[in-house]
Design a binder for this molecule. Structure first.
Ligand code: PRX
Length: 567
């Protein structure tokens, strides 16, 4: 039995006011996440507690107390205000996982601006699409990434400030650029936080859709309520935990559970700004005595590949609780982690749009390896019959995962795209886009996505975006992008391409097209393979049927092809 009671106990009489009370929030009050994550913790007498242990790629470690992160976020917030930035302005964070990313995020929220984190590996085109859609006013970035911003500057009339957080003051600054150094700035003791209300916008994360360009998922400050409670109950974060969330804040896990939740709970968290390596990860756990570890299936599968022997070289006895998110967690991984770490990875399921964990396994609940678990208290889930958009009358069948859209951290809309937001609902159920089955005890078993979105290593890729990039190449006539199975990343991107007259398939052309689209796409969205074909399967109305190609890759039944034109 968990120290916070059984699942059944918690679900009985559940109300989000549990979190509100713990956070000292009453409806109508001001609720600024930046303040909750720093000032409030200091006021609780934890000013000298370590908030963040940061290890950079060169191995240098830096430690920040709660007072340090309070002052640093005040300092960044004050600097941004000094530039004229204000509430609801979009301020992008385009950085590696350096301390300024975490501290800047909080500083942006403190002044009521909207934090727009973007993965630092994005190329200039990926950046352009997202910055122009959000009409972003300022970007916080590093010297090493500035060239990407400079390249697209002419196309971004709304972008007023490019803040370089590691500028040595020597290299000349270009148009709209300004240097900032946290270390060289005087710490700001007092910053008047923007008096955000529950519905004030907070974070804008971009996510891939089935059609069209990426959409901005808009969250509000009230999201704190469910991010706080899910982290407490599901991630089981406790006062003395040393927590490690391996996700990058360019994605929602890295903000909801890599910044907002752990800091508002006042725990100590660690960040490792280095690429994946089995040894480095185990060493990091050993060195920091990590007790709660939140990671992702692809990373776990990579660790499995490293084998059992290497685990024995490290003292990992500090690990108390492990959880995973982002992709299906195969039961082998759960069993393996139990064997080598003495703890199972518990699967948690959610989305950028949900803002917090919505379905999961967690302490106090019987864990079923291979299952995503059950809805969090206060969240109503269902499996809908796709033909009627109504819940199946009995459990057991695979259908659409639907949620009653009423918990605090749900997205409020897609940025300036209310139409796309409304399309996510059927019969008042929010449709996640995933398929699953519920067993008779209410556990959800993931079955796959219900759309063409590809989930590679936990990152969503829109086939549309890859196809659009391909179509810009002069040799490409048509393209269809699907997933193909992969032992490590579960699925990877594969492109089918037909060529325009006068072009012939060859290794050289393959390479040329790959290099051409590499500049346009994020590295995560890059196809692993291009297959040149004479024609693509289409419906009678001429729509390319990715479904057929997908089935071919996965060795599945093709299903109903009655609408096919060129069988
Ligand atoms: O398809 C589901 C998959 O990832 C999608 C959400 O991706 P994103 O918005 O990028 O957020 C990822 C981190 C919260 C879902 O619609 N997904 C997420 N968790 C799981 C999962 N698929 C299977 N099992 C999971 N536990």
């Amino acid at each position: 039995m968990s120290h916070i009671g059984s699942y059944e106990d918690r679900i009985r009489d559940f109300s989000w006011s549990i979190a509100e009370k713990e956070l000292g929030f009453k409806p109508g009050d001001v609720i600024n996440i930046g303040w909750y994550a720093t000032d409030r913790i200091c006021r609780q007498g934890k000013a000298s507690k370590i908030a963040l242990i940061h290890e950079g790629f060169s191995g240098v470690e830096r430690r920040y107390t709660y007072n340090d992160i309070r002052l640093a976020s005040n300092t960044i917030g004050t600097f941004l205000r000094g530039l004229g930035l204000k509430n609801e302005d979009r301020v992008c964070l385009f950085m590696d996982r350096i301390p300024e990313l975490y501290l800047g995020f909080l500083g942006i929220l403190k002044i009521g601006a909207i934090a727009q984190p973007l993965f630092s590996a994005f190329g200039d085109e990926s950046l352009l699409v997202r910055l122009s859609n959000a009409e972003t006013s300022a970007v916080l970035t590093q010297k090493k990434h500035i060239f990407k911003v400079r390249k697209i500057l002419d196309k971004l009339p709304h972008l007023k400030h490019i803040i370089i957080v590691d500028h040595d003051g020597k290299a000349p600054l270009k148009e709209r650029e300004v240097a900032f150094s946290l270390e060289a700035s005087n710490p700001v003791e007092d910053l008047e936080c923007f008096p955000a209300k529950a519905e004030s916008p907070s974070v804008l994360h971009y996510t891939s859709g089935t059609t069209g360009m990426p959409k901005g998922v808009q969250h509000v400050h009230y999201s704190l309520i469910s991010q706080y409670l899910t982290a407490k109950w599901v991630l089981d974060l406790q006062e003395n935990d040393i927590y490690w969330c391996t996700a990058d804040p360019g994605w929602v896990t890295g903000t909801s559970y890599g910044i907002i939740a752990p800091f508002s709970l006042g725990v100590t968290q660690c960040v490792l700004d280095a690429g994946f390596s089995t040894e480095a990860w185990y060493r990091f756990i050993e060195k920091n005595r990590i007790s709660m570890w939140y990671s992702a299936p692809t990373a776990i599968r990579s660790l499995m590949k490293g084998g059992d022997e290497i685990v024995k070289k490290f003292d990992l006895s500090s690990l108390r609780h492990l959880a995973s998110v982002g992709e299906p967690l195969n039961s082998e991984a759960v069993v393996w982690s139990e064997r080598v770490f003495g703890r199972p990875f518990l699967d948690t399921y959610w989305q950028t749009e949900t803002g917090c964990i919505v379905i999961s396994n967690y302490p106090g609940m019987e864990v079923r390896p291979g299952s995503m678990g059950k809805p969090f208290p206060g969240i109503t889930g269902t499996i809908l019959d796709p033909s009627r958009s109504e819940p199946y009358p009995a459990p057991g069948k695979i259908g659409l995962v639907g949620l009653k859209f009423d918990w605090p951290s749900r997205m409020r809309t897609y940025w300036r795209n209310e139409e796309a937001f409304q399309k996510k609902f059927r019969n008042n159920w929010y449709i996640t886009g995933d398929r699953a089955r519920m067993d008779k005890d209410g556990y959800y078993w993931f079955a796959g996505r219900d759309d063409d979105i590809i989930n590679t290593a936990g990152h969503l890729v829109s086939p549309f975006e890859v196809e659009s990039a391909l179509l810009e190449h002069p040799a490409v006539a048509e393209s269809a992008v699907v997933s193909k199975p992969d032992p490590l990343n579960l699925e990877v991107v594969k492109a089918y391409v037909t060529l325009k007259p006068g072009f012939a398939a060859s290794k050289d052309l393959d390479l040329e097209i790959m290099n051409f689209i590499r500049k346009k796409l994020s590295p995560l969205a890059m196809p692993q393979e291009i297959e040149f074909v004479d024609s693509l399967p289409k419906t009678r109305s001429g729509k390319i049927m990715r479904r057929i190609l997908h089935a071919k890759e996965w060795g599945e039944e093709i299903g109903d092809t009655s609408t096919l034109e060129n069988e």
